[in-house]
Design a protein around this ligand. Structure first.
Ligand code: ADP
Ligand code: MG
Length: 692
């Protein structure tokens, strides 16, 4: 999709332009002609002869010269007709400001479809409908109904909500933050986040990309594009989750734990983009990104003229992924030499309450040279003699030369307000509270780490036998694969599954049990029963033929199963030796692909929800990262004399699960629960494949 003329049109038609200053059609035309845009604007309105001094046309088709961009601000029901006219006029880019489409329900959806059809017929790129428009600081184009023009800057902001655009704009004005491009996506009928990513990747003015999104339509493409682009341009995402409670499936454990939030988290991890969780964080991070380089690592120094705030900041650092720099000897010696005896020359550096700008200057100079310092937080509280403005100016000067990110926190109100203005004006991020500075620096560090993320190549071979098994089950209209069939598929892909025999009477059960060796487990295998133990369909630790017979009767009685299909019956499995119970799972997302889950079984998953998620494809390195993310990981890794489990095998199994999921799109959800993990190797004793 070529969006050049959307951002750099030589001529714009405003369809629905108006004389009435209270109407959007007036605001937009005024914005176009009054913010520095040098191209031509053509108002279109059925009634008027002239608007804002410009000749008015009754129809775009009446305009002689070529038109690069049309903006439509008329009631939604007239939009299809007007787009048809734009098509005939060969206008390739159209912004539909008008609301009243998909967002209003059935009737609006019909209109949307109509518009889409016409747009396809004429190959028109449509932005919106239901959007605020676009702004481009490079050519002074304000093709929107925003109240202000943006300042020049290196950040592109793309938002699915027009209201958040206007809030961001106003806030940015206040903080002197500039933008390259500012885009309101609206309903994303045609142009979506991926089209913008492709465009902004090539846009020279843009160095940083911020997104506010409510949904991501082509998730896999988004992840791959973003992963490519972040190598050069950081991408930050604020994703508001339409809660996925409603679509929660209870038929699989994984399905019930997977939420849209987990999915986006996994998408962010796979692509390397950085996710923020609040508007505040998005605002503050953009302030920092606009004027600061990314830190090379996570070691920070705190310089303060007050003890308390230094302690608070240190506490917050210890709860974050950052840590305080340990100074080189040289640094310590210099600090001791240059600062007064009562100053604390350890990190956090306390310059003490009577510090003037010279102490800040010396501390900064010395710390910036220390290679163990990756970023800096400069705290200030305004004592009577504190030269607040001078210290701010000092930071401005340092910021111009420094290659390390720096955030200042001038605490207070009236006494620090002028200094804060100066800092803002000169792109030194200055926050009100130290916690904010720590959080933002942590995100900056994450952005740097994200740039190194590589999506592994999926390496698997589809098993035709497995395909056949799935096809047969689908032909039988099964919702779940029969146990033995699912077991076969796992074996075909190299998983280690407990031996088992399927029987249909007690005599067979005893025979198989003695072949497998006691103790054994009996469990029901029936399409009707999804959660076997809940239905009374599992009996464990059966030590002899008598117990097997009794268990057999008990299961039949409790589950009330009367008849069996061929592939149903009672399963006899050897009782597994004790090991750590692990749950492995997959839930396929239409847009993002297989979402893989791992966690420790029992209370860890049931009560604590301690599981980690990643999108396929996975390799062993990523699988191990998943395991390390578990809060209970130390239980696997062997702490305090506890035994160490076979993490290598488990990681390998996660990779197999990723491969299997990619090989068979028909598998919608998959539970392996439990897998018993031992000191050496593992065994899977329960599995569930949902295919429809
Ligand atoms: P479901 O999850 O459908 O209730 P499972 O086969 O997972 O059925 O059995 C329930 C529980 O019984 C398991 O979580 C596990 O603790 C135990 N169990 C099942 N099979 C075995 C086995 N072969 N060896 C040891 N314990 C088992
Ligand atoms: Mg189970």
């Amino acid at each position: 999709m070529d969006l050049k003329n959307l951002f750099y049109p030589k001529s714009i038609a405003v369809i629905g332009a108006s004389k009435d200053p209270a109407k959007l059609g007036n605001v937009i035309l005024k914005n176009i002609i009054s913010c520095g845009y040098k191209g031509k604007a053509y108002p279109v309105n059925l009634q008027e002869k002239k608007i804002l001094g410009l000749k008015c046309y009754k129809n775009v088709l009446d305009i002689d010269p070529k038109i690069d961009l049309a903006v439509i601000v008329i009631p939604s029901k007239f939009v299809p007709k007007v787009i048809e006219e734009c098509g005939r006029k060969e206008i390739k880019n159209v912004i539909v400001i008008s609301a009243g489409f998909g967002e209003i329900g059935e009737k609006g959806l019909e209109l949307s479809k109509e518009v889409e059809k016409i747009a396809d017929k004429y190959s028109i790129n449509i932005l919106g409908p239901n959007c605020l428009g676009i702004l481009n600081s490079d050519n002074g184009l304000n093709c929107s109904f925003a109240q202000d023009m943006i300042n020049k800057g290196n950040i592109a902001f793309v938002s699915q909500s027009g209201a958040i655009c206007t809030a961001m704009l106003d806030w940015a004005k206040n903080k002197n933050l500039g933008f390259s491009k500012f885009v309101s996506l609206g309903n994303k009928l045609e142009i979506n986040e991926n089209d913008l990513l492709e465009y902004l990747d090539k846009d020279k003015q843009t160095q940083i990309i911020l997104f506010y999104l409510e949904d991501i339509k082509q998730g896999e493409k988004f992840v791959r594009l973003a992963n490519k682009i972040i190598k050069n341009k950081p991408i930050v995402l604020l994703k508001a989750g339409k809660s996925s409670e409603a679509q929660k499936a209870i038929s699989s454990h994984t399905g019930s734990l997977a939420s849209s939030d987990k999915l986006i988290e996994a998408a962010a991890k796979k692509s390397g983009i950085t996710r923020v969780s609040s508007l505040e964080e998005l605002f503050l991070l953009s302030l920092c990104l606009a004027g600061q380089p990314l830190p090379l690592a996570n070691k920070i120094v705190i310089i303060t003229n007050a003890g308390g705030p230094g302690v608070i900041t240190t506490d917050h650092v210890s709860q974050s992924g950052l840590s305080l720099s340990k100074f080189q000897n040289k640094t310590v010696d210099l600090l001791k030499k240059e600062l007064p005896a009562e100053a604390n020359t350890k990190n956090p550096i306390d310059l003490v309450g009577d510090a003037l700008e010279d102490r800040y200057k010396k501390a900064l100079e010395i710390c910036l040279k220390d290679k163990n310092v990756d970023s800096l937080i400069i705290l200030l509280t305004p004592q009577k003699i504190t030269p607040v403005e001078k210290i701010a100016q000092l930071l401005v000067n340092f910021n111009k030369k420094s290659k390390k990110p720096l955030i200042s926190v001038f605490m207070g109100g009236k006494r620090v307000s002028r200094a804060k203005k100066n800092l803002n004006k000169n792109l030194v991020p200055d926050f009100n509270y130290p916690e904010q500075a720590v959080d933002v620096l942590e995100k900056m560090w994450q952005i740097g780490k994200g740039q190194k993320v590589v999506i592994p190549r999926a390496e698997y071979k589809t098993s035709p036998k497995a395909e056949e098994i799935i096809k047969e089950a689908k032909d039988n209209n099964y919702k779940f694969l029969p146990f033995k069939k699912a077991e076969d598929i796992l074996k075909l892909y190299g998983f280690k599954v407990a031996r088992s025999g399927l029987v249909k009477n007690k005599r067979q059960a005893v025979k198989i049990a003695s072949e497998l060796g006691y103790p054994v487990v009996l469990k029901i295998a029936s399409q009707k029963i999804v959660h076997k133990s809940d239905a009374g369909g599992v009996e464990v630790n059966l030590k002899n033929s008598q117990e097997v017979k009794e268990a057999y009767d008990k299961i039949l009685k409790k589950t009330k199963v009367k008849s069996w299909r061929d592939d149903e019956g009672i399963l006899v499995q050897p009782m597994s030796k004790a090991g750590q119970e692990i749950i492995l799972g997959m839930k396929r997302d239409e847009n993002f692909g297989p979402l893989i889950m791992v966690g420790l079984g029992g209370i860890f998953v049931e009560v604590l929800g301690d599981v980690s998620w990643r999108l396929a494809p996975l390799n062993k390195k990523l699988a191990k990262e998943m395991l390390k993310e578990l809060k209970a990981f130390s239980l696997l890794a062997g702490v305090r004399g506890r035994k160490k489990f076979d993490i290598e095998s488990l990681a390998q199994t996660i990779v197999l699960l990723s491969n299997l999921s990619l090989a068979h799109p028909e598998i919608k959800e998959l539970d392996i629960n439990p897998l018993f993990l031992f000191k050496k190797s593992y065994k899977i004793v329960d599995l569930r494949f949902k295919i429809a």
